[in-house]
Write a protein that binds this ligand. Structure first.
Ligand code: ASP
Ligand code: MG
Length: 459
């Protein structure tokens, strides 16, 4: 049994947290590979460092160094353990310092990837040495050591799963076979030129899923600071409940459209190999968390969870008979994608194509759209400050009349639905309402579909 265990920033954010994590790792039976984020706050700090003037970098570097050394001193009380840590720590620190002073490297478009990948290199070292201090064989491995291969644009990499699997079989599995726990850097992979490329903010979850895929693990565990996926955001709905089990499809939609629990790309690498995934709370290891797998659950409640993506805008492009000129939609899409802006929904009619994007992306998108041929565009309308409500459940679309019932609930919230996407995914029903109606809409949908179903179950 091989488990890949991933720990997030708060789970490794202090000496106490690291001690707790080491206990969790050791209490897990079977073989383990650990993937870790940077200590909490460190990635933001490194992003700031990239933007700082070179003269102030040395000071910041000292702060970074002191923070990690301070935690190491608290963890590794035995001099021998602390010195063994320093032996690995010093060359990493020297390489980091060189990188910050390397004027040639600064010109590289992937420089920020390189600098922000530094946090994980040090948190993994701390966790590895803590595991050794409590008596387990562990080895700190960077993404370079493992051969996690990344491709893509700066700050937005994807893993090459095939290459990574081949490399991990050679570089990682032999350590596991010899009883070591590899502690691997999350967040980034390495391009074909050997330099780092990060997987986007929160990307260590994705790194862990990539490792689980590459190692053909039996289980992926994402250890974070919440209990698991919830039926709604508990800050909005006090009656929200933890979801015990869900399908890959449900988890992927929820992670993408609202719940900030998993990096949205975590599901794909494990879904490909049917590796079950558990989300667990490192502050409450006795709790079971949420299990995500390919199996549908037996209960037949319709709605799993209702989430919202807020601060969005609808951009509607009107043009005569767009429906008869699909190439026009292609041109419009191509323009928008020049800015790599995420599009959360698209809807078309005879003469309009409407897109849903983040409020912050509106200005740049309009500038791009203005470059379109005047013959393609009659008018562009922007409806700002809307939110996408995402209702997720893998039984949702298989039952007749469900959308009618959900929109009935929306009517009770007196919310005007401005855009709908149904059927594009077989596990979700998404629609857009004004920001001012989000909370009421979520509360009513949750009460009608989740709380009612739980009441019935108890009867
Ligand atoms: N440390 C990175 C971040 O803060 C990656 C992660 O935490 O998953 O975005
Ligand atoms: Mg995270």
């Amino acid at each position: 049994m091989l488990t890949v265990m991933k720990f997030g920033g708060t789970s490794v954010g202090s000496a106490e947290a690291l001690e707790r994590v080491a206990k969790i790792i050791l209490s897990e039976p079977g073989d383990k590979v650990v993937v870790t984020s940077a200590m909490s706050g460190i990635t933001n700090f490194l992003i700031g460092l990239c933007e700082d003037i070179p003269g102030r970098r040395e000071e910041a570097l000292k702060t970074f160094e002191e923070k990690h050394l301070d935690v190491a001193r608290r963890l590794l009380k035995d001099d021998k353990e602390y010195n063994a840590f320093l032996e690995e720590f010093r060359p990493r620190m020297a390489a980091f310092r060189r990188l910050l002073n390397d004027e040639y490297a600064m010109k590289d478009p992937y420089y920020k990837d390189n600098v922000t990948s530094q946090g994980e290199r040090f948190s993994s070292l701390l966790l590895c040495h803590e595991l050794r201090a409590v008596g387990h064989n562990a080895i700190a491995m960077t993404s370079e050591d493992c051969g996690i291969r990344a491709v893509g644009q700066p700050l937005n990499g994807s893993a090459d799963l095939g290459e990574t699997e081949r490399a991990a079989a050679i570089n990682v599995l032999p350590y596991v076979a010899r009883g070591f726990i590899p502690v691997v850097t999350g967040f980034y992979g390495v391009k074909s030129d050997g330099l780092p490329l990060t997987f986007g903010r929160g990307g260590s979850d994705y790194s862990a899923a990539v490792m689980a895929n590459a190692l053909n693990a039996d289980m992926l565990e994402i250890w974070t600071d919440v209990d698991g996926f919830m039926s709604a955001d508990p800050r909005i709905v006090s009656a929200a409940v933890k979801i015990d089990e869900m399908s890959y499809g449900e988890a992927a939609e929820l992670a993408y459209f609202g719940a900030k629990i998993l990096h949205p790309r975590t599901i794909e690498p494990v879904r490909k190999k049917h590796i079950p995934l558990k989300v667990r709370n490192s502050f409450k290891p006795q709790e079971s968390g949420t299990l995500i797998s390919q199996f549908r659950r037996s209960k037949n409640e319709l709605l799993r969870s209702v989430a919202a993506k807020t601060d969005l805008s609808i951009i509607s492009i009107c043009s005569a008979e767009i429906a008869y000129h699909p190439e026009m939609v292609t041109r419009i899409l191509a323009k928008i994608s020049e800015n790599s802006v995420p599009i959360y929904s698209i809807s078309t009619s005879l003469s309009t194509v409407a897109f849903l994007i983040h409020n912050n992306d509106v200005k740049a998108t309009l500038m791009k759209l203005n470059e379109l041929d005047a013959a393609d565009v009659e008018r562009i309308d922007v409806t700002g400050d809307v939110a996408l409500i995402c209702c997720v459940g893998d039984n949702l679309l298989s039952k007749c009349g469900v959308s009618g019932d959900i929109f009935g609930a929306v009517r009770e919230a007196k919310a005007n639905v401005q855009m709908i996407s149904e059927g594009a995914s077989d596990v979700s029903l998404n629609f857009v309402v004004p920001m001012a109606k989000v909370i009421d809409t979520i509360k009513i949908i949750h009460a009608k579909f989740v709380e009612e179903a739980h009441k019935k179950e108890r009867m």
